[in-house]
Design a protein around this ligand. Structure first.
Ligand code: DMJ
Length: 657
């Protein structure tokens, strides 16, 4: 007994020490550490109890002893029955410089040295230099897209050509899900132009979009991708144009007549067939913009794809005074929510939209689930619907209970630093030993709910991986200490979290992180006509693709990180970022339910006896504070009647909200 206790004590001590060393090695954005600590990065390669560390494919069983990192251990014995205790929370002020000296320096190193290096001032000239570098990065990518690729969807930055849907191979979903033959990169980049204060290019781009982009295309796209990249961008730009305060400079468009809003409506109506003929209310993953759901379509969708439409659809509904879009998006969220496990409260990553059967039982924070969680919270922030917050809170608790492994607090106690792993949604058992680069968005979401302490830790883990490769591999195996999937398509998630953590802490450490990321992007991904996907994060070979989110998110967050005085940061303005990084101002206007009044009247009167004009179902009513927004021309190409099936269902919605 005594022997066991002694061995256990020694192992715990070693793991605790390991954790400190990991933080020290993983976090330092500049040279110096390796001389002082002649050990390799992070944890040693860990072995499973029966031999070499197991590969990623296939479930990894619970090890028999303490031979693996604590991330292998379920949160309690019999995971589904033993939720993790609520994490300890730091007291106020713990995230200030002293805290940072502590984290960066590790116990016993004394905070001063590290505070000096990372928490000291980031000189204003350097900040301006980095801001200009980020702007230059955007401009180089954008100008090359306009010169070599527009009106196609994407830029092939190595061969300086455009790229559209892969018509020759409809099964090439990697391309066809996203590229709809609608000048995707231009549309997705609109609000970045505004945020960078480039009013002439913003105005030019908006006019180009109005005059040249059409959704009447024989393109089968993913509903989610079209929503977040295109619909979201159109709505964001529309709000920027019609904002009476014009904080980014003059972004108004002469004779603007809500064209972007009508385009958003047109696109959304073309996406609506995805919500028809589904027994659960969970939408089909893909639609053809001309013909609706393809006859041979798949009945399986990922949770994030089906359940992260509420922000864009809700904004559209509230701007138009037409509840249809919000209703279908909300119905999808609720249908998914009702399918969560009774034991763990977790959702899986792939579901059959007709049977409600979970095809993918993996629960995690990355691919397939990421923005589902994000939009529960962001819908609440935007629309103030309490049920969204309740769902988010319950989901967050389940995540803490079953996905979070490692020590309880970021900064103290024994064991490995916290990590969120992939588990079986029903049992809570570990399913594999990788995390993906999409999960790096999560610290940013934690900032929004005030769990800054935990956000700091998870962000640090991802930054440690970035430092090792100068990029984030698509999947990283934390047990093997090696990438499982090697490409990096210029994703924004780590930059996004870095930016939000900087806003929350104002700690210059995050400026150093941003500078490091910016410099590696310049070094490894810049090619002749733009920035290229890294095919292999180790040998740094590239692929000829620049995804649209590079301009709409990666460059935007980098720029905002260094642009302290940007209008987005001014007090009095409150902006929220959609999952594609598009800004939406959070204001009371979006918390109104225009259709409440619409549905409350029978025979022309509302509940208070006021007479109300009840529009016909096909009448497009624009609700907008700006003066030129109430004129709705009769013959618009974007004018499409609502399908009666939605009108019938809308009555039920009144009861829901
Ligand atoms: C973007 O399209 C969005 O951020 C989305 O939520 C996740 N994937 C990409 C970026 O990686």
């Amino acid at each position: 007994m005594q022997w066991r206790a002694l061995v256990l004590g020694l192992v715990l001590l070693r793991l605790g020490l390991h954790g400190v060393l990991w933080l020290v090695f993983g976090l330092g954005p500049s040279m110096g550490f390796y001389q002082r600590f002649p050990l390799s990065f992070g944890f040693q390669r860990l072995r499973s109890p029966d031999g070499p560390a197991s590969p990623t494919s296939g479930p990894v069983g619970r090890p028999g002893g303490l031979s693996g990192p604590s991330w292998l251990q379920p949160p309690g014995t019999g995971a589904a029955q033993s939720p993790r205790k609520a994490p300890r929370r730091p007291g106020p002020g713990v995230c200030g410089p002293a805290h940072w000296g502590y984290v960066l320096g590790g116990r016993g190193r004394g905070p001063d040295e590290y505070e000096k290096r990372y928490s000291g001032a980031f000189p204003p000239q350097l900040r301006a230099q980095m801001r200009d570098l980020a702007r230059g990065m955007f401009v180089f990518g954008y100008d090359n897209y306009m010169a070599h690729a527009f009106p196609q969807d994407e830029l092939n930055p190595i061969h300086c050509r455009g790229r559209g849907p892969d018509r020759g191979d409809p099964s090439n979903l990697n391309i066809n899900d996203v590229l709809g033959n609608y000048s995707l990169t231009l549309v997705d980049a609109l609000d970045t132009l505004a945020i960078m204060g480039n009013s002439s290019e913003f105005q030019k781009a908006v006019k180009l979009v109005i005059n040249t982009v059409s959704f009447d295309k024989d393109s089968t796209v993913q509903v989610f991708e079209a929503t977040i990249r295109v619909l979201g961008s159109l709505l964001s730009a529309h709000r920027i144009i019609t904002d009476s305060k014009q904080p980014f400079g003059d972004m108004t468009i002469k004779d603007y007549d809500n064209e972007l809003l009508y385009m958003a409506h047109d696109l959304a109506v073309r996406l609506l067939p995805a919500f028809e003929n589904t027994k659960t209310g969970i939408p089909y993953p893909r639609v053809n913009l001309k013909t609706g759901v393809p006859p041979d379509t798949n009945n399986e969708t990922c949770t994030a794809g089906a359940g992260s439409l509420l922000v864009e659809f809700g904004i559209l509904s509230r701007l138009l005074g037409d509840s249809t879009f919000e209703w279908v998006a909300r119905r999808a969220v609720k249908a998914l929510w009702n399918l969560r496990s009774n034991d763990t409260g977790l959702l899986g990553n792939v579901v059959n939209i007709q049977t409600g059967h979970w095809v993918g039982k993996q629960s995690g924070l990355g691919a397939g689930l990421d923005s589902f969680y994000e939009y529960l919270l962001k819908s609440y922030i935007l629309f103030g619907e309490k049920e969204d917050l309740e769902m988010f809170n319950a989901a967050y608790q389940s995540i803490q209970n079953y996905l979070r492994r490692g020590r309880e607090a970021c900064n103290e106690g024994e064991g490995d630093p916290p990590l969120y792993v992939n588990v079986n949604m029903f049992s809570g058992q570990l399913m594999n030993t990788w995390i993906d680069s999409l999960q790096a968005f999560f610290p940013g979401l934690q900032v929004l709910i005030g769990d800054v302490e935990d956000a700091i830790c998870l962000h640090a883990f991802y930054y440690a991986i970035w430092k090792r490769y100068g990029a984030l591999p698509e999947r990283y195996n934390w047990q093997l200490q090696a990438p499982d999937v090697l490409f990096y398509p210029l994703r924004p998630e780590l930059v996004e979290s870095t930016y939000l953590l900087y806003q929350a802490t104002k700690n210059p450490f995050y400026l150093h992180v941003g500078m490091d990321i910016l410099q590696s992007l310049e070094k490894y991904t810049k090619v002749k006509c733009g920035y290229a996907t890294l095919h292999h994060v180790i040998d740094k070979s590239t692929e000829d693709r620049m995804e649209s989110f590079f301009l709409s998110e990666t460059c935007k967050y980098l720029y905002l990180l260094f642009d302290e005085d940007n209008p987005v940061h001014k007090s009095g303005t409150r902006y929220m970022f959609t999952t594609e990084g598009h800004i939406v101002s959070v204001d009371e206007h979006l918390r109104e339910l225009p259709w409440k009044e619409f549905f409350s009247e029978e025979g022309g009167q509302d509940q208070g006896g006021k007479s109300v004009h009840r529009p016909k179902p096909h009448e497009l009513k624009v609700i907008n504070s700006s003066s030129n927004c109430n004129r709705v021309p009769d013959e618009r190409r974007y004018f499409l009647p609502l399908k009666s099936v939605y009108m019938r269902q809308i009555d039920q919605m009144v009861g829901l909200i």
